[in-house]
Design a protein around this ligand. Structure first.
Ligand code: WTA
Length: 647
């Protein structure tokens, strides 16, 4: 029984296989249970088996809950593998389902967002407020020439205008590409140029954790070489003086000045498969890839997972602490909750500012009932001790969630005990930018095991295989794959379909996630981490190549290799190995300069914690640096097959 556990004794929980059964009232009232019962099931495994055999019926049922301008003709088409289409022939706009639909119901007057700014200032927006703001912004963008198919970059703090910006762009049938506010100018420039964005929406800066973020100045630097950008819309967040370029830059309040409050710009009816957004993420090799998501199927997947995983009920107050610059924010701050008519919290600050009880004070203030955060945040807060959450009334909470990286059982147990009143379920949700929606996660009806994302969502055929796709002893681990497409899955990599195809031909015919995982005798999955050169720092996704190419752009650097090293707080941190060019001295001053160079070029989150100079780096005979060897040496693990190593 959970109440008898010695939570302080972490040794005993490293090999965690205790089961935490759900409370019966949660199970009885669960959204997913209502659906299961409608199909004649009360057992999840039996239902899951049915959902695989009847996947189209399941997805049609979910799609029918949403508004379609024109119904689809064919649920799924996979003739041109690995490219597929869902809800073929349908006309749809995700924003209609987030906003317009609710204008006909009592949701209109319901709170869409409680916003809390860095310094504790608050704003409350109803669905009607958000609808009006979105429509006016859409009109303003239209006046700047934005139309269906155009790309609009969004580089903003977490303020209500950011949410409205995504919705306004998508309302017009244009395509948004949101860039995380922690990325530096060259990372912003690279993404704007790949997307060919016409407009960028930014702000005159903000404070995060008391630190001034100069978004407009960074944008200006990025725009020194972005030929496609015509206009810059600047939201006044600080109302401070920032440089404005005549003819190019316009303040949002000026753009909206002549646009009446009740302006309506109808949602553009989009084909189900038309682009909704491009979100750049790091891969194993090369530059960041533009993951493409569409309107129709993507919406259906988000609607379903928000409803079933978070079990959202009309009276809930839901808070996802992610940033809208990452996929978690796109899916589970903006689109999923709004389609479900949920009341959410939008938060601009950090867990530690001004004190490490900021999260808990926000939970108490807004009576948050569903709280979705990251293992890094939980581990970070654990270090400050149990007294910080204990200062607050957290009784409004009824469900906790985790995302972005494996959650170690110690953190899971601490989270449940200190935040979850020793009894709340934790939904450990495994998914990716590319998957668009949560794929492996508990719903509130499943018994939990600390550190396990439990079981696949309905219709999702997850498996553990070897590199040829053959079954392995899953309890020992292997590659995590998914056998059949789902509606919210990425459709391609923007302007690089060949790169998309690698997801399906690394292990032929199945979706290769890039993660290693185990599955135990009860069918519970445990995702261990990446098997490629993706590094997860505090749950943020970075590519080795991005850091390396930044380093070699410095005049002193001949070669560089970046690896992720296990980190008790951040999950992983970046370590780089550098060889210097003739005439440069490898010393501490240079090491600091190089770390700073990564910080200012890629962004603070990519800053290496460790930098080691080496006379040479291990390479294959064809000259490729073997990060795998460096990582193994670093971790004291066997180096493995080095037959291709250039001795
Ligand atoms: C990791 C974030 C273990 C995993 C939504 C995946 C996780 C990568 C979990 C995708 C989890 C995400 N348990 N690992 N619950 N959730 N990951 O694209 O390595 O930023 O491949 O999407 O995060 O990161 P991304």
């Amino acid at each position: 029984m959970s109440s008898n556990l010695n939570f302080e004794n972490t040794d005993t929980i490293l090999n965690e296989d205790r089961l935490f059964p759900p409370k019966s009232e949660l199970v009885e009232n669960a959204n997913i249970m209502a659906y299961m019962k409608s199909k004649g099931f009360t057992d999840y495994d039996a239902f899951h088996k049915w959902s695989i055999e009847n996947r189209f019926e399941f997805w049609e049922d979910m799609a029918k809950e949403l508004h379609w301008f024109k119904p689809w003709e064919k649920t799924f088409e996979w003739t041109n593998k690995p490219f597929f289409r869902w809800f073929v022939g349908g006309q749809f706009n995700i924003v209609y389902n987030c906003l317009d639909r609710h204008m006909e119901t009592p949701v209109r007057q319901k709170v869409a967002f409680y916003w809390e700014g860095d310094n504790g200032e608050t704003r409350t927006l109803t669905y009607e407020d958000l609808y009006k703001l979105t429509n006016r912004l859409a009109k303003g963008l239209q006046n700047l020439g934005v139309k269906k198919g155009d790309r609009v970059a969004i580089y903003m703090p977490a303020i209500p205008e950011q949410v409205a910006a995504l919705l306004a762009v998508a309302r017009l049938g244009a395509v948004h590409t949101v860039i995380f506010g922690g990325f530096a100018a060259s990372a912003l420039r690279e993404r704007i140029n790949d997307a060919g964005a016409k407009v960028v929406i930014t702000a005159d800066g903000n404070y995060r954790g008391g630190k001034h973020i100069k978004l407009k100045e960074i944008t200006d630097e990025a725009l020194e070489d972005t030929p496609t950008i015509e206009k810059v819309v600047v939201v006044k967040r600080l109302s401070n003086d920032v440089p404005m370029q005549a003819g190019r830059d316009i303040y949002l309040d000026e753009l909206l000045a002549d646009i009446p409050e009740d302006t309506v710009v109808p949602c553009e009816p989009m084909d189900s498969e038309d682009l909704l957004y491009i979100l750049y993420t790091s891969g194993s090799t090369g530059k960041p890839k533009g993951v493409v998501h569409v309107h129709g199927g993507h919406a259906v997947g988000l609607y379903m997972t928000t409803r079933f995983v978070f079990d959202i009920k009309p009276e809930d107050v839901y808070w996802c602490t992610a940033d809208i610059g990452w996929v978690t924010g796109h899916s589970y701050i903006v689109y999923g909750p709004l389609m479900n008519g949920a009341t959410s919290v939008l938060f601009e600050s950090t867990p530690y500012y001004p004190n490490p009880d900021r999260f808990w004070s926000v939970v108490e203030k807004f009576k948050v009932s569903i709280f979705y955060s990251s293992p890094t945040a939980i581990r970070g807060l654990m270090r400050f001790g149990e007294e910080w959450p204990a200062k607050h009334d957290l009784s409004s909470l009824r469900l906790l969630g985790s995302v972005g990286e494996p959650i170690n059982p110690e953190a899971w147990i601490w989270y449940r005990k200190n935040i979850g009143h020793n009894e709340l379920p934790i939904v450990d949700t495994w998914w990716q930018t590319e998957t668009g929606m949560i794929l492996i996660s508990p719903t509130v009806i499943l018994p939990l095991k600390p550190g396990s994302a439990t079981k696949p969502m309905p219709t999702i055929e997850a498996d553990i295989v070897d590199k040829n796709g053959n079954p392995v002893d899953a309890t020992k681990g292997g590659f995590l794959i998914i056998r059949h497409p789902w509606p919210a899955q990425m459709r391609t990599i923007y302007r690089d379909p060949a790169r998309y195809e690698t997801y399906w031909d690394t292990i032929p015919g199945v979706y290769f996630a890039g993660d290693a995982a185990t599955r135990d005798k009860d069918g519970y999955f445990r995702v261990q981490g990446r098997v490629d050169d993706v590094i997860k720092v505090s749950g943020h996704r970075l590519g080795s190549m991005e850091i390396e190419s930044c380093l070699v752009s410095h005049p002193a650097v001949a070669e560089a290799a970046a690896i992720g090293k296990p980190d008790p707080l951040k999950g992983e941190h970046v370590k780089v190995f550098v060889t210097v060019k003739e005439g440069f001295e490898a010393n501490d001053a240079l090491a600091n300069e190089l770390k700073q160079h990564v910080r200012s070029t890629v962004g603070p989150l990519a800053t290496p914690d460790e930098l080691e100079f080496r006379p040479t780096l291990p390479k294959t005979r064809s000259g490729k640096i073997m990060r795998r060897v460096l990582r193994a040496q670093e971790l004291g693990e066997p180096v493995g097959d080095t037959s291709t190593l250039d001795a």
